[in-house]
Design a protein. Structure first.
Length: 229
C-alpha cells in the first residue's frame, strides 16, 4: 500500500475514538438525525455501508466539510474505497498517483457546494478521477524555466501550476505573502523535491490532510499569477 494511504489509515485509528471525535459526534447528532446515536467515527463508516443510510449520512458530512475539518476528514475516510479504486484503475503507472488523488479529493471535499445534488460519493470520486486524468494528459513543457536541463518525466500537476513560472517568480510569491511559508514548503518539497505528503506530515507532526490543504492553497494562489494562466 502507498505510504500516504498507510499514514491515513494509521491517523484514522487514532482519531476515530478520540475525545474530539466524541464531542463532534454529539454536536453533529443533535443537529442531524442521520448522525444520531454514534459513539465513535468507525460507527460512521459502518453506517455508511448501509445503502439506506449512506446518502443522508454523506450528505451531512459534505455540508459540514467546508467549515468543519473533522467532518471533512471523516468524509475522506468514508470515500477511501472509491479513491483507492481510482488509484488502481488510472494511476497504477504513476508513483505520485495516490498523493495527487488524495490531495484532489481533499480539495473537492473542503469546497463541496452545499447546493449540489446527487450522490456525494459518486460526485467526489468522479470529480477526482476526471481532474486527475485531465492533469495527466496536459501538454507537458520540456522544463519549468529554471535554467536547467529539460525534465523528462515531470509531474503533471506540477506542470499545471508551475510550468509557466520562473523560480524567481515562485520565490517572489512567497516573499510577497501571496503564498505562506508553510504552504510554499509543502508545494516545493512534494512537487519539486520529490518528497511524499506522508513524509512531510510525519516530520511536522500534523495530519496528511493538513499538508494536502497547504499544497493546494499554494498552487491555487500561484494560478492567480499572470503567467500561470
Amino acid at each position: 500500500m502507498e505510504p500516504i494511504l498507510q499514514a491515513l489509515d494509521a491517523e484514522w485509528s487514532r482519531l476515530a475514538t478520540s475525545p474530539l471525535a466524541r464531542r463532534s459526534l454529539i454536536r453533529w447528532g443533535r443537529a442531524h438525525p442521520a448522525m444520531a446515536g454514534l459513539s465513535d467515527l468507525d460507527g460512521v463508516l459502518r453506517r455508511r455501508r448501509d445503502p439506506c443510510l449512506a446518502r443522508d449520512l454523506l450528505g451531512v458530512l459534505a455540508r459540514l466539510a467546508p467549515r468543519d475539518e473533522l467532518a471533512a476528514r471523516t468524509l475522506l475516510q468514508a470515500l477511501m474505497p472509491g479513491l483507492k479504486r481510482v488509484v488502481r484503475e488510472v494511476g497504477n503507472d504513476d508513483l505520485d498517483a495516490a498523493d495527487d488523488i488524495v490531495a484532489l479529493a481533499w480539495e473537492r471535499i473542503r469546497t463541496y457546494p452545499e447546493t449540489r445534488t446527487g450522490s456525494v460519493a459518486a460526485n467526489v470520486v468522479l470529480d477526482v478521477r476526471k481532474r486527475y486524468l485531465k492533469a495527466r494528459h496536459l501538454d507537458r513543457p520540456s522544463s519549468i524555466s529554471m535554467r536547467r536541463e529539460p525534465v523528462a518525466d515531470a509531474n503533471p500537476l506540477e506542470d499545471q501550476v508551475l510550468a509557466t513560472l520562473q523560480l524567481e517568480e515562485i520565490l517572489e510569491a512567497k516573499r510577497s505573502g501571496l503564498v505562506s511559508p508553510a504552504c510554499f514548503e509543502a508545494m516545493v518539497r512534494t512537487r519539486l523535491g520529490g518528497e511524499s505528503l506522508a513524509e512531510l506530515a510525519v516530520e511536522a507532526g500534523i495530519g496528511i490532510q493538513v499538508v494536502c490543504q497547504r499544497r493546494w492553497r499554494a498552487e491555487r494562489r500561484l494560478r492567480q499569477l499572470p503567467l500561470a494562466g
